[in-house]
Ligand binder design. Structure first.
Ligand code: KG4
Ligand code: ZN
Length: 352
């Protein structure tokens, strides 16, 4: 089985070819960072136009690099949501056109499901496992029980953690996207000089909150002498923020591990995904949390943690194996919760 995957739900235009024996034959990702940087964030209209301009050549490249022709494909999978609707439409319409012309099955993949199943592509792990998804748009804890069977046990009630990194970077004048810049500044800073809150810590459950943390950073910035921020202040605030975010993630994940263990027994795997999983300090914290609970810690390679189409192709393979194909009248979905039984998150986290 060989599947073409297409991802256009945010600011990456991506296409990939993946085989059902877990070989990634190609994985092409075009980041639109430069297009959005002047605005300090992703602009939906700019993203949709860029997907439209770039997707066809990106698909061509993915097929060429995989040395695969349309005739050798078993199916076409595209992210059908959740995400910025203009971009999702571009990917879905393109996939449908290929499916129609080539007589292939079409698979509409939930972007969150694609993230959730990535560890099975990279490491072939068995169900069930615990998944922490941390990116600019999502911040959730999921029990992955099987294909199409996800139990969301925690989510953010306001900002996603990556969003908080981006907003703090903006406050500190570091630029966009903020995650890597905050991490770099934090590595030179003193995390103890500024006192920051740890929202949700000690409370039952696995939900997250990051907006109070960001507001606390703003208060400290406002209290500093006026004029450009000094390097030392930026580094110390970045370090304090990263330490607080790490404490929150660790605390919530510990609660999720207890819940997972009560249903499935001790052990198993904790998997992290999403752009924030690139942060080495946070990764270290979570590795310790997993180890203390006797769980394996698994973080797919960064290129497969952040948005890509190989994960979409793989989720397509998992669904195709079960005969879960979609009709060509599938409508792109701006919102598409993985676990419809879970209460909707309050506030933002639209992609989640
Ligand atoms: O998964 P991703 O590429 O895209 C989505 O949001 O879906 O994640 C991007 C997010 C951004 O918010 C970015 O600031 C954050 O991941 N990020 C990081 C780091 N690298 C990327 N956050 C903290 N530390 C990092 N090193
Ligand atoms: Zn994503």
């Amino acid at each position: 089985m060989i599947v073409l995957g297409i991802e256009t739900s945010c600011d990456e235009t991506a296409a990939a070819v993946v085989a059902d024996d877990r070989r990634i034959l190609s994985n092409v990702v075009l980041s639109q960072l430069d297009a959005h940087r002047p605005y300090g964030g992703v602009v939906p209209e700019v993203a949709a136009r860029a997907h439209l301009a770039h997707l066809t050549p990106i698909i061509r490249r993915a097929l060429d690099e995989a040395h695969v022709g349309f005739d050798e494909l078993s199916a076409v999978a595209a992210t059908g949501g959740p995400g910025l609707i203009g971009g999702v439409m571009v990917g879905v319409m393109t996939a449908k056109a290929i499916a129609l012309v080539r007589g292939l099955p079409f698979l509409a993949v939930n972007h969150l499901e694609a993230h959730a199943l990535t560890a099975r592509l990279t490491d072939g792990i068995a169900f069930p496992y615990l998944q922490l998804l941390v990116s600019g748009g999502h911040c959730q804890l999921l029990v992955v029980e099987g294909v199409g069977r996800y139990r969301r046990i925690g989510t953010t009630i306001d900002d996603a953690v990556g969003e908080a990194f981006d907003k703090v970077a903006k406050l500190l004048g570091l630029g966009y996207p903020g995650g890597p810049l905050v991490e770099r500044a934090a590595s030179n800073g003193d995390p103890t000089r500024f006192d920051l809150p740890r929202p949700m810590i000690g409370r039952p459950g696995c939900d997250f909150s990051f907006s109070g943390l960001k507001t606390a950073v703003r208060r400290h910035v406002d209290a500093l002498p006026s004029g450009p921020l000094r390097r030392r202040d930026v580094d110390d605030l970045a370090a304090a923020f990263q330490a607080a975010a790490g404490d929150v993630l660790a605390d919530r994940t510990r609660n999720a591990i207890s819940l997972f263990a009560s249903d499935h027994g001790k052990g198993g795997a904790l998997v992290v995904a999403g752009g924030v999983a690139a942060n080495l300090s946070l990764r270290g914290r979570l590795t310790d949390v997993a180890a203390a609970a006797g769980m394996d810690f698994l973080a797919p390679p960064i290129a497969l943690c952040t948005d890509n189409a190989a994960m979409v192709a793989w989720a397509g393979i998992e669904r195709l194996r079960l005969g879960l194909v979609d009709d060509l009248d599938f409508a792109p979905r701006p919102r598409w919760p993985l676990d419809p039984a879970a209460a909707p998150a309050i506030g933002a986290g639209v992609k989640a």
